[in-house]
Each structure stands twice: as C-alpha cells, then as structure tokens.
Ligand binder design. Structure first.
Ligand code: GLN
Length: 276
C-alpha cells in the first residue's frame, strides 16, 4: 500500500487506508510527531523516506500486527507501558482487577502479582500506593525484562522475580495476591483472531481447559496469604462459576465475582480464612 511521496498530511488523513484512529496513531509514530502537530502541519508534504516508513507501518497493521506492538507502548490505568511481542498487551478490563486490589490493600500491604507480563497490574498498584510492597513474578525472562523497564519508567519499586508460579516465594506471605493468568482454553477460536495471533501463547492459554493456571493459583495461594488476605483473579467471560467453585472447594470465604465495564463477570476472588 504505497503512500506516495509529496502526499500532504491533510490528504493522508483523508485516505481511508485503515481504521482512522489506528492510522492516525501510526502516522504520528512513523513521523515522530504529536497528534496536534498532525493538524498544525497539515500542509507538510511527505518526503520519500517518510512515505516509505508510513507505507511499511500501515502495511504491517493491515497484515494484523497489533498497534501496541507497532508503536511499542500502551496506556493502562493512566500510565504508559512499554510493550512488545514478549508480553500480553494490557487490556482495559484488567483495570477492574487493579481497582478491586486497591480497595482491599491495607496500609503498607504486601501484594503479589502472579504472571505479571508487562507489569501493568503491579506498577499501577505501586504507583497508586507508594506505601505498598509489591512483588511481581513471571516464568518468562523476556516478560521480566519488560516488566523491570516498566517499573523504572513509571518510577515505582516493584520486586520482579523469575518464578514458575510459587517456586521463588517459598515461605513468603502477602496481604493480597492478584493475577491475570493465561485462561483461554486450547483450540479456542479467539487465539487465531485479531491481536491474539501476535501475543505470546503462554500468556493467553494454558494449552488445556483454560482453568489449569487458575487452579494452580487457587491451590497454592492459601499458604502465601496472610489471614484474611484476598486472592483476586481475572478470567474469561464464561469462567466465573467455575472459578467460584474452585475457591469454595478450598474453603476461601467471601467468594464473589465482579463485572467489567462491558457487564461481563471478569474477576473472581475470595479471602483466606482467619485460621489455617
Ligand atoms: N483478556 C484477554 C483476551 O481475551 C486474555 C488474557 C488472558 O488470557 N489472561 O483477549
């Protein structure tokens, strides 16, 4: 899809090559200019080099690559995060998990984010609550490199650990455990659609029934939760009853689910009992 050299920014904006918002973001990124500059410099004509850069970027989007990976960042909870193909792109529905966590976090509380990916959840909590002690873990070294960068970029302290679920935190307890684990079942058609085709499979699917990561977290969390501590997990649109059953079977109390802005039961949680 060649954009011709000499095309003005105004003319380019009128060309319906992509979704208009995606197109605007990618053009700004290719030229290294702001959204405002796109308007104030509407008469600017593209050089050969700029036209080639824009054409290449728009073509990658047409071939399906997520905008967040093409520009290398995504906003979450009002903060900027670096993202790349090694981590899941933060989703707006995950902000619900952050809100629920912040409501339940005691002063100077200890928080654990399991399968942190870009560190979006952990960084958002640490940013909102500088008194909290936040630990984030992931089994992927690629993800941890991005996670550490995001903590630094947002000027927060998050202890980022390489860990296969609970292995690196033996003997430690937390007031709150949160997770947005891989919960899409193997073979689910969503895995071969849209942005998900480009995201790390290990962050999306458990390669099984969709519940195995949630099961591992529910089983392991009680020995890492302070009495009355909360476990909060994001899950798929049709998994709230199954996750509630997992929690109830392990004698968590106050088991419940919360709806995201689309009205979907998206987060389920429970509390460790005072004893045992
Ligand atoms: N919410 C993501 C999606 O369905 C999946 C995230 C996950 O598996 N944790 O696009």
């Amino acid at each position: 899809m060649p954009v011709a050299p000499g095309t003005t920014l105004a003319a380019l904006q009128r060309m319906p090559l992509l979704d208009p918002v995606d197109q605007r973001i990618l053009v700004c990124h290719a030229l290294g200019i702001s959204r405002t500059a796109l308007i104030t410099q509407s008469d600017r004509a593209l050089t050969e080099d700029e036209a080639a850069r824009i054409s290449a970027l728009l073509q990658r989007r047409l071939d399906g690559e997520p905008v967040a990976y093409l520009v290398g960042k995504r906003e979450f909870y009002g903060l900027d995060f670096v993202v790349g193909p090694g981590v899941l792109i933060p989703r707006p529905e995950t902000e619900l998990l952050v809100e629920l966590a912040l409501e339940r976090l005691p002063p100077r509380g200890r928080v654990l984010d399991m399968g942190t990916g870009s560190c979006a959840i952990a960084v958002a909590i640490a940013h909102a609550r500088p008194d909290a002690h936040v630990t984030a873990l992931d089994v992927s070294h690629d993800a941890l490199a991005i996670a550490r960068r995001n903590a630094e970029l947002n000027s927060v302290t998050v202890r980022c650990l390489h860990s296969d679920w609970f292995t690196a935190i033996a003997g430690e307890t937390f007031d709150l455990i949160v997770s947005n684990p891989p919960y899409i079942a193997a073979g689910d058609r969503h895995l071969s659609e849209g942005d998900l085709r480009f995201e790390p499979a290990g962050a999306l699917t458990d390669h099984a029934d969709g519940l195995s990561a949630l099961r591992a977290i529910v089983a392991g969390a009680p020995s890492h939760l302070a009495p009355q501590g909360w476990l909060l997990m994001e899950h798929g649109y049709d998994q709230s009853a199954a996750v509630q059953a997992l929690l109830a079977a392990r004698s968590y109390t106050a088991v419940q689910s919360w709806h995201d802005l689309a009205g979907i039961a998206r987060v389920t949680g429970g509390r460790r009992e005072s004893q045992g």
